[in-house]
Design a protein around this ligand. Structure first.
Ligand code: PBG
Length: 329
């Protein structure tokens, strides 16, 4: 073996030679204040139920949520996205509980805002947690209606804005949501309330555990007439253009792990911040294989979070937020 210096003038290994040089060349970091923690909310008091398909994640009542958020804030998390787990008896075809005065979701938003005014609170604006059909829109004769659903979404949004939400998260992946809600907010002087658009939300098997968590699986059919085909990337750019023209403050890609190319492409195509949603199935995959001893779940978690930022995400919604923040506090 006689490698000439000419042949190996470049030796990338020189930069990996020690912990110190590896740190010098490290390109990406995971910052705790760039993680958004999802919370599943329950009505009542002193309730905390572990979600069987998402080990370590709980549905919590107001008191438990407040204590949990206090701990998360101590670990450096600043942002939360809130999902209601609604009793089946309160669900109907128009999702009317979503803007009802005594709605526990709105009550918990108020209480979080009062106790932790600095925390960034992001909502879910969609019919599925409240719908007896388990779809994100109003259903008529088996068709999921686009425009007819807007009125309920606006009512829900204004009720959330009134309760103190900082950013709305319209998650139904239908057309014209951002413009309609921006308009509704502005007319009521909620110009400070932001909109995080679910820009490229794919019809994905990776939502399975979440639908268990909220008992929100569709009662018939699937979501392919509104959520995107996993085969498409250019269509995501079209959605990004529209959300941006409609006044979105953030563009989101969901799921995240199988869609790193979409994160990268939207980041390149737009000047808006890009968020990705590391969804329930992606969380469960690592938790369950970790529990079985098939891989190291902590290293797999950290590698996965890193990949989202490397791909170009400005922020990441992840069920790992709390444990990652705790481990790195
Ligand atoms: C629907 C909604 C879904 C998720 C968040 N909002 C699932 C769906 O489209 O059925 C999934 C989140 C996750 O899997 O973690 N409004």
């Amino acid at each position: 073996m006689n490698l000439t210096h000419d042949y190996l003038r470049e030796r990338p290994r020189r930069n990996r030679i020690s912990r110190g040089t590896r740190a010098l060349i490290e390109e990406t970091q995971v910052r705790v204040d760039k993680l958004i923690e999802p919370l599943f909310l329950l009505d009542g008091q002193n309730r905390s139920e572990e979600i069987s398909s998402m080990p370590g994640i709980f549905r919590m009542s107001e008191d438990k949520t407040l204590a949990h958020v206090e701990a998360s804030l101590k670990f450096g998390i600043q942002s939360f996205i809130l999902f209601p787990a609604v009793e089946d008896s309160l669900k109907d075809s128009t999702g009317s509980y979503s803007w009802a005065k005594n709605n526990f979701y709105l009550r918990i938003i108020r209480s979080l805002k009062k106790n932790f005014p600095e925390a960034v609170l992001i909502s879910d604006v969609a019919l599925d947690p409240y719908s007896s059909d388990g779809h994100d829109g109003i259903v008529k004769d088996g068709i999921i209606l686009n425009d007819e659903t807007l009125d309920v979404l606006a009512k829900m949004s204004l009720a959330q804005a009134e309760a103190g939400i900082d950013i709305l998260g319209p998650s139904d992946m239908m057309d014209g949501r951002v413009a309609y809600l921006r308009n509704a907010l502005d007319q009521q002087n909620f110009t400070h309330v932001g909109i995080m658009a679910y820009t490229a939300k794919y019809a994905s098997a990776f939502y399975g555990p979440f639908r268990d968590a909220l008992h929100s699986a569709p009662k018939f059919g699937d979501k392919q007439t509104y959520q995107m085909n996993p085969a498409n990337a250019r269509e995501a750019l079209r959605e990004a253009r529209l959300d941006s023209e409609e006044g979105a403050d953030y563009l989101m890609v969901k799921p995240a792990l199988a869609y790193l190319d979409i994160i990268h492409r939207i980041k390149a195509a737009s000047d808006l911040p890009v968020v990705c949603y590391n969804v329930s199935g992606e969380y469960a995959m690592i938790k369950v294989t970790g529990e079985k001893g098939y891989l190291d779940p902590v290293r797999a978690r950290d590698e996965m979070l890193l990949a989202f930022f490397r791909a170009g995400a400005d922020a990441v919604i992840t069920y790992f937020a709390h444990e990652f923040a705790k481990a790195n506090a």
